[in-house]
Design a protein around this ligand. Structure first.
Ligand code: PLP
Length: 458
């Protein structure tokens, strides 16, 4: 396949030798199931453990690093013009060493997202201070880009020509962009008549072949697995362990930006729970490698109408997820009733001494408006974080002087319809119940008359 100039500029190249002191064994795929832990070569095209059906993760046995040297290298790469070093994912490649070489990596300069102080939001929830790590600053507007650059790198390494996912959301937007940039053909499968236009529009523009199927999500997933096998299509659904590796770097970059001082709390929305899994794995690995001295507590926030993980954490039986048959929330990025990564997420929340909270549609909508008033803004799912923090703060779980970082997962412009409706008092919950426009900001119709307008503005 021919590479365009644009593509070759975005290619990684082998800039610096990695600063790994010891990697006694090769990286491998490991079954996450504690009772199995079967191991497989990284180049095997599997999505679940062939032995027990469990989730897979990348394992790096015997890895050791020189922490001060590695931190110095990562800082120096910020001044480099090499595409690999400018990526907020691949800059930290020693944390995700699943490739033998970086020549095929395609980067769109993902990551590099800011940590923003938000005194207005802090005051609203009763904290002394809060910071937002804003993943909406990514090339396609969500944290899915951090994972997708790795998933697509793995597809290229396997020699795949086509990639696919089942999604109408940020995953499809991100996959389409990275696949096209890499010269791969992206396929998106979506349930018929269940479309989120803003994000689908991105996927179409980035060149994804989009197939609407007369079936529900689970049926389509089964169908896609059959097609993937038959046609040699690589699946980039949220279960893909290489996407999780890329999302780990959100935490590595955050710690780098904070000079390796972990906060007390990291708060994030929970949907399929891939990000929760990635954050926990990153923090544990950073602790094991001696890059940080303690692990922050994870607080995962779900929408009330799509809160199976909340149900699990508050159940006496944590070995069975209480699925939600018909998940409902306007925060579509977290409208998930049967999250695939829940066993990993459970492990990470328990290991970090974390917590899972749920919030209402009204709480999400109001928190979102408050994040907007900070001059920051985000999509609805991301605002669940601030809503959750407010609730946990009121309950005394999070203390006033706590050091809190909330991860805003997606860009404000992902869902403009929601925003307009909220501010004009037309937003209704999936139940049909009208939501209050608590912090509404209506456009005002005025006459073409300077005196009258001046009077109104006085
Ligand atoms: C995918 C997504 C989520 C949910 O993340 P999970 O890893 O599935 O829990 C939340 N917010 C946004 C904006 C997303 O795109």
């Amino acid at each position: 396949m021919e590479q365009t100039d644009e593509n070759s500029r975005n290619r990684g190249g082998d800039a610096h030798p990695p600063v790994i002191i010891k990697a006694s064994m090769q990286a491998e795929l490991v079954c996450f199931n504690a009772g199995c832990r079967a191991r497989f070569p990284l180049t095997e095209v599997i999505y679940n453990c062939p032995r027990c059906g469990g989730l897979l993760e990348c394992g790096y046995p015997g890895r050791a690093v020189d922490p001060p040297a590695l931190k110095r290298t990562w800082r120096e790469r910020r001044m480099s013009n090499a595409p690999l070093d400018r990526s907020g994912v691949w800059r930290y490649r020693e944390m995700i060493p699943f490739l033998e070489s970086y020549g095929k990596v395609v980067t769109l300069s993902e990551g590099n997202t800011p940590v923003l102080d938000a005194p207005h939001a802090a005051a609203w929830v009763g904290l002394d201070q809060i910071a937002f790590k804003h993943q909406g600053f990514n090339p396609t507007g969500s944290f899915k880009d951090n994972g997708m650059t790795c998933g697509v790198a793995q597809a290229l390494r396997l020699g795949m020509k086509r990639v696919a996912c089942v999604s109408t959301g940020n995953t499809s937007a991100s996959m389409a962009a990275y696949a096209s940039a890499a010269g791969l053909q992206p396929f998106i499968f979506i349930p018929h008549g269940n479309i989120s236009y803003g994000k689908l529009a991105q996927a179409l523009e980035y060149g994804a072949k989009t197939l609407q199927v007369e079936a529900n999500f689970d049926q389509i997933l089964a169908l896609v697995r059959v097609l993937a096998e038959r046609l040699g299509i690589y699946l980039l659904n949220s279960i893909n362990p290489f996407r999780i590796e890329g999302q780990k770097t959100i935490m590595v970059e955050l710690m780098d930006q904070r000079d390796w001082n972990p906060p007390d709390w990291i708060v994030l929305p929970g949907g399929n729970l891939g990000n929760t899994s990635a954050f926990g794995k990153a923090l544990r690995e950073m602790l094991d490698l001696g890059l940080i001295s303690r692990i922050p507590r994870l607080a995962v926030i779900q929408a009330e109408g799509a809160a199976p993980f909340y149900g699990l954490m508050h159940s006496s039986n944590r070995s069975e997820l209480p699925k939600v048959e018909h998940p409902e929330t306007l925060a579509t990025a977290i409208r998930i009733g049967d999250p695939v990564s829940w066993p990993k997420a459970l492990h990470e929340v328990e290991t970090s001494g974390g917590i899972v909270e749920k919030v209402t549609e009204q709480e999400i909508a109001d928190a979102k408006a408050q994040i907007g008033l900070c001059g920051i803004g985000c999509e609805p799912a991301s605002a669940a974080t601030l809503a959750g923090i407010r609730k946990l703060r009121a309950a005394g779980v999070i203390e006033r002087n706590a050091d809190v970082v909330a991860v805003l997962t997606g860009n404000l412009l992902k869902d403009p319809d929601y925003i307009y409706r909220y501010h004009t008092g037309q937003l209704a919950a999936p139940s049909g119940q009208k939501l209050e426009s608590t912090y509404g900001n209506q456009p005002v119709v005025v006459p073409n008359d300077p005196d009258r307008i001046a009077e109104m503005l006085a």
